[in-house]
Design a protein around this ligand. Sequence first.
Ligand code: SF4
Length: 437
Amino acid sequence: MSATTLDVNHRLLTVSPSDASRDASASGLDDHVATHGALAVPARDDPGWTAAIQRAVSESGLLGRGGAGFPSAIKWDAVRRGGRRPMVVVNAMEGEPASAKDKVLLGCSPHLVLDGAEVAAAVVGASDIVVCVADDAGSTAASVQAAIAERERAGAAGRQISVERPPGRYVSGEESALVEWLNDRQALPTLRIDKSVPLSIGRRPVLVHNAETLSQVALIARHGPEWFRRLGTPEAPGSTLVTVTGAVRSPGVLEVELGTPVGEIVSRAGFVGELSGLLLGGYGGAWLDPSHLSTLYAPGPLRAAGATLGVGIVVALPATSCGIAETARIVRYMAGESAGQCGPCVFGLAAIAEDFELLGSGRGVAGVLERIEGRAAAVDGRGACRHPDGVVRLATTALAVFAEDARAHAQGRPCPGHRAPSVLTFPAATVRGRRAS
Ligand code: SF4
């Protein structure tokens, strides 16, 4: 995976990942301060500073970069009102197999994420910060550990920062699952009726933020909301990280301005040839047909097109691949990643995966398309978390975008691409586990 630096003031990625792999803390503290400037975060409660930062983040319009797109400032208010001393959790789990942005960000600019965590902790009054990195992402964890040690040596650590290693599974990064694990339970999502009530560790309210969101907070705290809004759209300001894979010469992580046409993003990654479809948002995202290359990469335009920003993934599917066969692989993987708690998710996703595999094989099965659609409708919105909803969106958009191929497959006339090797990435199987004591 490669990374590209956005050639404007929004510089999330300042070191290439190849440099980062030579030295776990490639963007050391001195380089970091030289690039971004110093950031003074008060060690104790400072109402004036807190109010100024809250105002800056609120006026910046920063939306969380972890998938939900929730305004960051609103999350902070809820945690501040939580009573007991809060904790800040940095979610760098990156459970999406097609995503590499947390690895690249924390490999290249770990101090930017830690700065943002310190800012958030100071605002909500937290005394400690936990960075969660999946147990299968050793080099990312090493980069964060090295950065923490460097801050401690330099006397620049305002709060206690530790690294935890939850199991690297798709749903472990869901914020309620992460907090369950930090509470010494299994990393499984919990049903949350009212999401405005903060999660808690013990009885302490906890603020969970995605790593990229915190790196943006660190930049807003330095440069202010007007600077941040110089990029992006009025509704979705700033830049964001996107992992681009598929039919591109240079798959990797790009920093792009929100509102950039999707086609420009895939061109920057070296798109070659003809596309049969675009997967936006990740494996719980949505397929779009290639006519959407002109759609702007921002939450509103993507929503209008039936897609989602999700966790910042664009997969360019070449015309030589089969969208139905690729979807069958993703659905099978996602069914295996069900946390096994909710019947519609466990049984429904397994049944959809089986039907999609039959469809992908092109053997011709009467009624398979109607069966997938019926099962998708029965599963949608029926889980404790949104895992099954993402699979339903992926499956139903595949049937719409690759409709002609789907009908031909169902009639026993598979497209030539159904035997082509997959352009997608899947991790090795992992075992669900409890937090090590
Ligand atoms: S919906 Fe699925 S993944 Fe989510 S909690 Fe229920 S069983 Fe687990």
